[in-house]
Design a binder for this molecule. Structure first.
Ligand code: DGJ
Length: 733
């Protein structure tokens, strides 16, 4: 791993032997992007664009008619100097003008990775793991600096980028747009992959050609959202799941974002990602610094799967934190689909006793445990236990559950407030709203104004009492509405545009404090399912409830899509009852399990009312999962067949030591014309010999990977099969 500065060419190159990233300083002022891709030894001028005298092109250097920023592949472009593609930033001066001239000033190379104050980010545990470059641009007339940060890792094929703006002068500046990264790639012949969806339908994969305009992925919902995912993936046309070049960019942020791939007139592609300029604005006072959120840019020469492998490893090991990062995650039972709001002490205890008998390790009381919470109309914000439902109290319930042999977890929706709550009655001004209009309700609730530190203190205080007293070791952190009425009675008028980002900073500060105060608590993020399943949240909460849709067929599609960026260990996945509560489908218990065991296994059902044979099946499932969960949670994950595209799904896990392979195959609908094409496994040792646990037969790694494995077609809908292979040595049978 190295970061080289070539004085002669005034050029920078970051390289770790797998990926290279290069840019140079042109005319001593302008940053020109040169390269991001597979590691190369040098990136000289041979591959750089020629400049022509072109019509309509502005020439910032009068005597250089062929030099125009509109044609230059830029690294962090501005507006108003003749580049008419999207600018990376727009900064307004105190006199209301938006003309800036930020030119290259200097650079710094550092060992390790710089932290981003107050924001989630990928980290290095030791300085030797990463190197960082900071390149400074300066507008002398404004007395302001833009610092561009780049980090390269020794062990991951990723580059992290973020931006900081420093106001060194005595006049206030206004940041109107500040993208965390911008990059101009040569050509427009890419496919762009984004992920879209909605509540109960998260992470649909969309791939289309860039053509000659722009592809935009964005959210202004106050969170990354189930509708959009803060990522943009460029693929060369020939690239597929396991071959070809792919560039994946992901935002380590949970709020409003914008990601754009824009084709340029001279066949270039500009990619940008950052906070959404529609809901962002920031007054930067004299001598202040603003830090943008981080983007992670991954290059893969081995298709989408190669890209996912890098994101998975990096996020699992250097984004997720705390003791749970490396710990095996417990099998849980969640009360929501069993009881809804009608939880009470008796029901919870009876269910817990059954759950413990079946091998469940963590019992989670979902919504409905606090005072006045009979339905979703009331009480959010008043985190006081309901003594009618839980006469002995939550602490006692937690104690009883520990005595049965399980950990105890609980649900909160800390960012919200019901108008019918004591909190609202005493602090109506703590709600996000404008002073002139009645705020819009959603699920009968408003959003708390987390730009106000007093509100953040309340949230920490209101949760920590119970977390401490009941020795809670798991929290499901829910968030069930999007933001409207963007207004804060805490922020002064000129700062109203800062609300969305300040909300996120407030939320991150709360999570950081709770992480510090309760290191033993495993936090699971949730936003009506995967509505805020993003890299920002994973920094504080190492797992997310993947979707409110627990139907096995829908879930295999959602989990498949989620795996584009996030490793299975971050996915909460539960077996629920049939007919499924969301779609009414009846799927067999073994298939529901085969889908849920591909993440962090849990159950959402009332075991007390299950027939004995189903309970027995569940006992066996849990025991089976415990045997192989290390492979699922810590191994490598390979997508094989995409259920978003066809009637089948398949994937395989390979343990960290390479010795165990878990292969899962699903057929959604039964087919009249029976076909059983082989599925080729991935990530195995070609020379290895693998024993199929089910029947003791042996297969070579080369056979499993190249000839593949067929599954017997069954005349039934919704079938699945899990195969476990153990590697037993060389390729002799
Ligand atoms: C939405 C979540 O996604 C569900 O799992 C459940 O916790 C409900 N909220 C509770 O209100």
């Amino acid at each position: 791993m190295e970061i080289k500065y070539n004085r002669q060419e005034n050029a920078f190159m970051l390289n770790n032997g797998h990926v290279s990233y290069a840019f140079s300083v042109e005319q001593d002022r302008y940053l020109m992007h040169r390269y991001f891709g597979r590691s190369i030894r040098e990136c000289s001028r041979i591959s750089q664009p020629y400049f022509f005298d072109r019509g309509f092109c502005s020439n910032p250097i009068p005597e250089e008619r062929t030099f125009s920023l509109d044609t230059l592949p830029q690294e962090y472009p501005d507006m108003n100097q003749g580049d008419f593609r999207n600018p990376a930033y727009v900064i307004q001066t105190a006199d209301g003008r938006r003309v800036t001239r930020f030119y290259y000033k200097d650079y710094r190379i550092m060992n390790g990775k710089p932290e981003l104050a107050g924001l989630p980010s990928v980290y290095a545990e030791e300085e030797s793991e990463a190197m960082a470059l900071c390149v400074t641009l300066e507008d002398e007339t404004m007395n302001a600096r833009i610092e561009l940060y780049y980090t390269i890792f020794r062990d991951y094929d990723a580059i992290c980028r973020h931006v900081e703006v420093v106001n060194q002068g005595d006049q206030e500046l206004y940041l109107e747009r500040l993208m965390s990264m911008s990059m101009d790639l040569p050509g427009t012949d890419y496919d762009v992959l984004t992920m879209t969806g909605g509540h109960m339908d998260e992470k649909n994969i969309n791939r289309r050609p860039l053509c000659s305009d722009a592809v935009v992925a964005e959210s202004i919902r106050g969170c990354s959202s189930p509708q959009a995912t803060p990522c943009l993936i460029l693929m060369e046309k020939e690239a597929g799941e396991s071959y070809g070049q792919v560039w994946g960019i992901n935002f380590v942020y949970s709020g409003d974002f914008q990601a754009v791939a824009q084709a340029g007139q001279y066949k270039s592609t500009r990619v940008q990602m950052g906070m959404n300029p529609l809901t962002f604005g920031w007054s930067l006072k004299a001598q202040e610094r603003f830090v943008s959120p981080e983007t992670v840019m991954v290059y893969s020469g081995e298709g989408l799967n190669g890209m996912s492998q890098t994101f998975h490893e990096l996020y699992r090991k250097r984004l997720c934190r705390g003791k749970h990062r490396d710990q095996i995650r417990p099998v849980l039972l969640n009360s929501w689909e069993a009881f809804g709001f009608e939880v009470d002490e008796e029901k919870c205890l009876s269910l817990a006793i059954e759950a413990a008998k079946l091998g469940v390790e963590l019992f989670v009381v979902d919504d409905g445990w606090f005072k006045n919470r009979m339905d979703d109309k009331k009480a959010l914000g008043d985190w006081v236990e309901d003594k009618e439902k839980f006469p002995s109290g939550i602490c006692q319930l937690a104690e009883s559950i520990r005595e049965i042999g399980m950990e105890f977890g609980i649900w909160f929706e800390p960012e919200m407030i019901s108008p019918d709550s004591d909190l609202y009655r005493s602090h109506p001004d703590w709600v996000i709203r404008s002073p002139r209009h009645a705020p819009v309700l959603s699920r009968y609730q408003y959003v708390l104004d987390l730009s106000n530190p007093e509100v953040c203190d309340y949230v920490v205080r209101s949760m920590s009492g119970l977390l401490e007293a009941a020795k809670i070791t798991y929290v499901k952190w829910d968030m069930n509405r999007h933001m409207t009425d963007l207004g804060s009675s805490y922020l002064e008028g000129s700062r109203q545009r800062e609300l969305s980002h300040r909300y996120m900073l407030g939320l991150y500060s709360i999570l950081e404090r709770l992480n510090q105060m309760f290191p033993e608590v495993l936090f699971e993020g949730c936003s009506s399912g995967g509505g805020r399943y993003d890299a920002g949240m994973l920094y504080y909460m190492p797992q997310t409830w993947t979707s409110d849709n627990s139907d096995a067929v829908c879930r295999m599609k959602i989990q498949y899509g989620t795996s584009i960026l996030f490793p299975p260990v971050t996915m909460g996945a539960h077996v629920s009852v049939v007919p499924n509560l969301q779609v009414g489908r009846v799927t067999p218990l073994d298939t529901r399990f085969a889908v849920a065991m591909s993440g962090n296994l849990g159950y959402e059902m009332d075991f007390c009312h299950l027939p004995e044979e189903e309970k027995e099946e569940i006992r066996e499932q849990i025991a089976f999962y415990k045997d192989i969960r290390e492979v699922v949670q810590k191994g490598r994950f390979y997508r094989l067949l995409n259920p978003q595209e066809g009637n089948r799904a398949a994937w395989n896990f390979v343990s960290e030591d390479g010795n165990t392979v878990v292969y899962c195959y699903y057929q959604i609908l039964s087919e009249a014309v029976r076909v059983n094409l082989p599925v080729r496994l991935k990530g195995l040792d070609l020379d290895g010999l693998y024993r199929l646990q089910e029947n003791g037969s042996y297969y070579g790694g080369d056979e499993l990977m190249y000839a593949g494995i067929t599954s017997e077609p069954v005349r039934k809908d919704f079938t699945s099969h899990i195969y476990i292979f153990k590697k037993e040595g060389g390729n002799e049978r």
